[in-house]
Design a protein around this ligand. Structure first.
Ligand code: AHR
Length: 513
């Protein structure tokens, strides 16, 4: 579709000539599902410098902290309106024994973190510290229990210790450890990657184990039952979803899905560096990210057969980019830089989750600080916000808003034999009636002119912010922490029900109407 002549003139008056155009109808007269806030959830594991140094520095640290939790990271995460945090793993969860992480820290037994660098874990950050963190963040707790190497009794007792108000030996222990009131644990995961690091189980065996462990997760507060999340598939393992839904759907509130974006798309091949990559890697990473849409669609189709009312949520509780670790860092620590490419990956994934908001109820990017596609990187007392952080901050207006349907016609961004859509878009209306439209241009060379028609209530004004940079691997460093930062966006013009937008190459834009 070409732009209406008046709008075209308007668009051409904007800086930069667009190489191609896209057409978008914003059906503001229609409503889609509510975008669950939890799509903006996060995941923090005992892995590398994710918890230790990244979040927990201890109360005696010279780094300013609140009861051991660093204040700069707390403030940065609060600004994201973080809705839910998953902990303690990941693969670590199926080796974690919660009793080692309570009581006086000096007396806590240590263990070896066999998955992540073989380091000694001293259990300084345990149940009380995590629940303090979620209280300080004002978010919900999503605790992942140990099925792989833990007993039913151990899991049952953890839930009692956390959430019971009775006068029992366990709740007396909790009180002796400084917490009188039970905590609210809204989400409890029954094992992690039980098909792999969580026990190498078959789906049939896991489904039986899910039923068994789940039976002993008691709702001590009947008014606030715990939402139970079953371990779901790795990527395209549709058989896993089929078996879990067939055998246990009635006992779960969520079924998880894990999918990481690897530039090569193949765990057997080198992943490639986080910075200093070429256009082929940029393209492959974005193309690989878009595969999330097929995964979510196909898992949802299976879930629909067993749960047509869509009571069970699809919980994408691990997603994000996974590159080679930074040179010089410990390989098992999964520390990687974060560039404009990661910002675009984040925006594309969040758009996909929002498009499937009727089934996808939670997503948790891996991971919050210093691990994989992090929001925040730290170096001793220094901290920086990554391009991915800025996307989460710009997109927070979508949290809890009502999705607005879109019809998008987009040019392709082509490289070699493959093509992906140049434009991705998502819109929502918030409680105050404001419309938010987020747009992505995946093409690193060409701007895209987007001609939008706003169907329904008229908008009076438009404002916006943009995240972009001059190079594909632009990133923030401790020496230059604001190299990639949102800026005011002025290349959007509103005229009646027509909105013209020029998206610069490789950009993420958030408009408010
Ligand atoms: O996020 C890193 C690891 O990736 C998690 O521990 C595991 O669940 C997944 O394989």
């Amino acid at each position: 579709m070409r732009l209406a002549p008046a709008l075209l003139l308007l668009a051409l008056a904007l800086p930069g000539r667009a190489a191609s155009d896209a057409a978008l109808v914003v059906h503001a007269d229609q409503t889609g599902p509510v975008i669950n806030r939890n799509l903006y959830g996060q995941f923090s594991e005992h892995l590398g410098r994710g918890i230790y140094e990244g979040i927990w520095v201890g109360p005696d640290s010279p780094i300013p902290n609140t009861r051991g939790i660093r204040n700069d990271v707390l403030a940065a995460l609060r600004a994201l309106h973080l809705p839910v945090l998953r902990w303690p793993g990941g693969c670590f969860a199926d080796e974690y024994h919660w009793r080692n992480g309570i009581g006086p820290r000096a007396n806590r037994p240590a263990m070896i973190n066999t998955h992540w660098g073989g380091v000694v874990e001293d259990n300084a950050f345990g149940t009380h510290e995590f629940m303090d963190l979620v209280d300080l963040l004002g978010c919900d707790a999503y605790i992942c229990g140990n099925v792989g190497s833990g007993s039913v009794q151990e899991m049952m007792e953890w839930v009692e210790y956390l959430t019971s108000d009775a006068d029992s030996p366990l709740t007396r222990l909790r009180r002796a450890n400084g917490r009188a009131e039970p905590w609210r644990v809204k989400y409890f995961g029954v094992g992690n990657e039980s098909w792999g690091c969580g026990g190498a189980m078959t789906p049939e065996y896991y489904a039986d184990n899910f039923r068994r462990y789940n039976t002993f997760i008691k709702n001590y507060d009947p008014h606030r039952p715990i939402e139970r999340i079953a371990c779901g598939a790795a990527g395209d393992d549709y058989h896993w979803t089929e078996v879990l839904m067939q055998r246990a759907a009635d006992r779960m509130t969520g079924l998880s899905l894990h999918f990481y974006t690897l530039p090569s798309g193949d765990w057997g091949k080198p992943k490639g560096p986080a910075t200093g990559f070429d256009e082929a890697a940029w393209f492959a990473t974005l193309r690989g990210t878009l595969y999330m849409d097929e995964l979510v669609t196909r898992h949802s189709v299976i879930m629909d057969r067993y749960d047509p009312a869509r009571r069970v949520g699809l919980i994408v509780d691990e997603w994000g980019t996974w590159y080679d670790p930074e040179p010089g860092s410990r390989p098992g620590f999964l520390y990687q830089q974060n560039t404009l490419r990661d910002a675009v990956v984040a925006a594309l994934n969040l758009h996909i989750f929002q498009q499937h908001a009727d089934r996808v109820r939670m997503a948790n990017i891996a991971q919050t600080v210093n691990v994989l596609q992090a929001m925040i990187l730290t170096d001793g007392e220094k901290m920086l916000l990554t391009p991915t952080y800025h996307v989460f901050e710009m997109f927070k207006v979508h949290q809890g808003a009502t999705a607005v349907p879109l019809t998008l016609t987009t040019p392709e961004y082509r490289l070699g034999d493959h093509a992906i859509p140049a434009v991705s878009a998502s819109a929502s209306r918030d409680a105050a009636g404001r419309l938010h439209l987020s747009l992505v241009n995946t093409n690193p060379h060409a701007p895209v002119e987007v001609g939008c028609r706003l169907a329904g209530p008229h908008a009076a004004q438009v404002s916006g912010r943009i995240l972009t940079a001059a190079t594909m691997d632009a990133h923030n460093t401790f020496a230059a922490p604001n190299a990639v930062h949102p800026a005011e966006f002025s290349a959007a013009r509103l005229q009646g029900d027509q909105l013209g937008v020029i998206l610069p190459p490789m950009s993420v834009v958030m408009l408010e109407l």
